[in-house]
Write a protein that binds this ligand. Structure first.
Ligand code: MV4
Length: 502
């Protein structure tokens, strides 16, 4: 096993990786930017190297700086986390060229799965079900029109180098096809530096189901069941869970086998995830493969008892996977809420600043993966994730109840958070029933309309009276000069915010 590894990331995922390493007696090397001098990952690691300015293009995305820190620190391997350089095949190659081990899949698999048309070709050849559509990239023209006619409208135009929902176009009628393809191609050219596009049948109201995989370097590949990730807003996942409320044991075996086939088809090893869309008739279709540890991996860990990061270390170090498919079971149910520093009352605009007061939830069945602490800063430079709050229960109902209790217990001031919104989701009857798809949030919440509920003047008067009674003269609250800086702790609880849903 490695003696020392470098983590080419920051925030909660860097902390998560440090924790797994510590439990395996592996020393950790953090890298940090100017903004992260005092960050939790910088403080928790055994060693820390400064790699540049706050913008990630000047630090966490600079391959040479990271390799330099690895060489200086004596690290033998690099874990990329998620985001930043995690799915950059050139980075994975550069790590190997520097004589170090990349804790992740082979570069060729990263490259192949990064190009969605290439991924489609590989999956079609391997017999993995994909959404009906073109086998590879196609130009706007008569050939495209013929295929769109064959697969049937509505169709979806996707960018070959896209993914995550960027640059997609739904086309309802043949009249709109060519224009939509041309504009999608122009957008793809400027966004991804690749104008190639392809056509798929547009599935209406699919569920997003993904399968977690582990594979060693000797051809042993297993799946760790699915995660349900349909609850998302503008392609940003908000709530994830395992197992999916709609996957039966039989379907799980089928989709798991398809995911393993997908991994074998691209020569995969280490941890990875195969994304599928599930239509209303429960047919599943491959859409993408994520060649990294995912944000939502904890719900899989909580329900399988397998530490994915430790398995990543072992696989990268050349050990054989000791877990057999038959050993993988499902123990209870886990739900994750992504707690973001963003203001649901202001169109989910990121809310940055110092975390003045922090009371994270704890207690039975609760795990809270976070990279922040009281007194720390949430800066403009990075993803405004405060924490990933995970609730485990013996069944889905217990997990939901625990999540609700934990969200109510969670208090943070200094920045706004989406905690009240998460509460609305997990308390929604359709969520509780398990009756939802990828349109859940847009179907049931009107974000534009979210505003504080009616003000209870009597209650405010009562609170004011108590405050006035207890106030020392010197500290008395001036009526003409509000002391509230706009981030009152009393607004941080969902019930008090009175958010309304449709
Ligand atoms: C689709 C689709 C419907 N039909 N493909 C969005 C992100 C990208 N990974 C694939 N996406 C979709 N592809 C076909 N043929 C609907 C989506 C989609 C979606 C997928 C997963 C999770 C959330 C989503 C939200 C909107 C659209």
């Amino acid at each position: 096993m490695f003696k020392r590894i470098l983590i080419a990331n920051r925030g909660e995922i860097a902390v998560r990786i440090i924790r797994a390493a510590s439990e395996m007696d592996i020393e950790t090397v953090a890298v940090f930017s100017d903004a992260d001098r005092l960050a939790l990952h910088t403080r928790l690691a055994d060693y820390a190297y400064h790699i540049g300015l706050s913008p990630s293009q000047e630090s966490y995305l600079v391959i040479d700086r990271i390799l330099d820190a690895a060489q200086k620190s004596g690290a033998e391997a690099i874990h990329p986390g998620y985001g930043f350089l995690a799915e950059n095949a050139d980075f994975a190659r550069a790590v190997a060229d520097a004589g170090l081990t990349f804790i992740g899949p082979p570069p060729q698999a990263i490259e192949d799965m990064g190009l969605k048309t290439r991924a489609r070709e590989i999956m079609i050849a391997a017999g993995v079900p994909v959404t009906p559509g073109t086998e590879s990239a196609i130009d706007p023209g008569p050939e495209a029109a013929k295929i769109a006619e064959q697969v049937g409208y509505p169709v979806l135009i996707k960018a070959a180098s896209g993914g995550g929902g960027k640059g997609m176009r739904v086309v309802e009628t043949p009249d709109d096809l060519i224009k939509a393809m041309e504009s999608a191609s122009r957008e793809a050219a400027s966004a991804f530096n690749n104008p190639q596009i392809y056509i798929e049948k547009y599935l209406e109201g699919p569920r997003h189901i993904e399968v977690q995989l582990l594979a060693d370097q000797y051809g042993h590949t297993i799946h760790l069941n699915e995660r349900e990730c349909s609850i998302q807003r503008r392609h940003q996942k908000v709530v994830e869970e395992a197992p999916s409320p709609v996957i039966t044991p039989d379907l799980r075996a089928q989709i798991g086998a398809a995911a393993i086939k997908a991994a074998r088809a691209c020569g995969y090893y280490n941890a990875g995830t195969v994304e599928f869309l599930l239509d209303r008739n429960k047919n599943f279709y491959f859409i993408e493969m994520n060649t990294r540890l995912q944000v939502e991996h904890p719900v899989t860990e909580m329900t399988t008892g397998i530490d994915l990061v430790k398995e990543q270390f072992k696989i990268a170090a050349g050990e054989k996977l000791t877990i057999q498919q038959e050993d993988v079971t499902i123990h209870g149910h886990a739900i994750e809420c992504r707690v973001y520093a963003e203001d649901p009352l202001n169109n989910f605009y990121p809310s940055t600043g110092m975390v003045k007061y922090l009371h994270p939830p704890a207690g039975p069945g609760i795990r809270n993966d976070s990279g922040i602490y009281e007194g720390g800063e949430i800066s403009i430079y990075y993803d405004p994730l405060i924490s990933k709050l995970v609730a485990w229960g013996r069944d889905r109902s217990e997990a939901i109840v625990r999540m609700r209790r934990a969200l109510q217990e969670y208090h943070i001031t200094g920045v706004r958070s989406n905690i009240p919104f998460c509460l609305l989701v997990v308390e929604h009857p359709k969520f509780i029933e398990g009756d939802f798809d990828t349109h859940f949030i847009s179907d049931h919440f009107r974000i534009e309309d979210m505003a504080p509920g009616p003000v209870d003047k009597e209650k405010i008067a009562a609170i004011a009276a108590v405050l006035a009674y207890h106030a020392k003269p010197a500290a008395s609250v001036s009526a003409s000069q509000p002391q509230n800086d706009g981030v009152s702790p009393w607004l941080s609880s969902g019930r008090r915010l009175g958010l309304r849903t449709r």
